[in-house]
Design a binder for this molecule. Structure first.
Ligand code: GTP
Ligand code: MG
Length: 225
């Protein structure tokens, strides 16, 4: 931040420089707070996975990825929605500044993880979007939760919003390829590719269901409720 301070001081009127610097410092602080919220949620999920692993030899979570939204994406999203570009507007309007992706093995694991997490008494569940029961037209599948989690700072408790995306390994594989298509401009035959991807999404969904059924047939984990 010191380097940024010098940079803006050299180029702006003192009062403008001071204002910009204050905003920068505030932005850095709020992004730190979102990062801490992600660590809280990640720890909660890891605790669940550890417990189930020891008690039932079950590991519902394959891996967890976290990210804090980049400043440019924040500005783009606010502008796209016709909202004011400010820190206050970001905190009020954006649910996905802090994002965590939970990759599970089986379909049932997704709903179990969502239930275990959202029923914790310090977690406030704000929104559920079930794109598994209601896939997007392109074939996208995933369970999205918006939660608020308390984070304890020196000044006290702060509720922070986090977007949690829970999906199977297969859904994640699909979503990463589809994401590349949606970000690439001027892809030749993009319509056919879209149709092919949609077909793959159906195959994947069918496979996820069969894998779940096979697991049930093997009879492991059935004692768990
Ligand atoms: P965004 O403005 O994209 O955040 O949409 P939203 O606020 O309506 O929320 P939604 O639950 O639809 O999507 C949130 C996030 O889910 C996105 O930022 C992506 O990470 C992911 N997502 C949603 N739809 C798709 C999709 O069609 N393909 C892929 N690859 N990811 C998606
Ligand atoms: Mg998003």
């Amino acid at each position: 931040m010191e380097r940024v301070k010098t940079f803006i001081q050299e180029r702006l009127l003192p009062e403008e420089a001071e204002k910009l610097y204050q905003q920068g410092a505030k932005f850095e602080e709020i992004m730190m707070m979102y990062g801490c919220a992600l660590r809280e949620v990640q720890t909660k999920l890891e605790v669940l996975n550890d417990e189930l692993s020891v008690r039932y030899n079950r590991n519902p979570i394959e891996f967890i990825k976290t990210r804090v939204k980049k400043p440019l994406s924040i500005v783009n999203k606010l502008q796209r929605r016709g909202l004011e570009v400010s820190i206050e507007s970001m905190v009020e309007n954006l649910n996905d500044v802090a994002g965590i992706r939970v990759i599970c093995y089986f379909l049932d694991d997704i709903y179990d993880v969502a239930r275990w997490l959202s029923s914790q008494d310090d977690i406030r569940l704000l929104q559920v979007k079930d794109y598994i029961k209601n896939p997007k037209p392109n074939g996208y599948r995933s369970l999205h939760l918006i939660v608020e989690v308390p984070v304890f700072f020196s000044k006290g408790r702060q509720m922070m919003r986090v977007e949690v995306q829970i999906r199977t390994i297969a859904m994640d594989f699909w979503a990463s390829l589809e994401h590349q298509l949606s970000y690439k401009k001027d892809v030749p035959h993009s319509e056919e590719i879209g149709a092919e991807l949609k077909e793959c999404a159906e195959v994947i969904s069918h496979t996820d269901q069969r894998m779940q059924e096979i697991r049930e047939k093997i009879g492991i984990f059935t004692e768990l409720t």
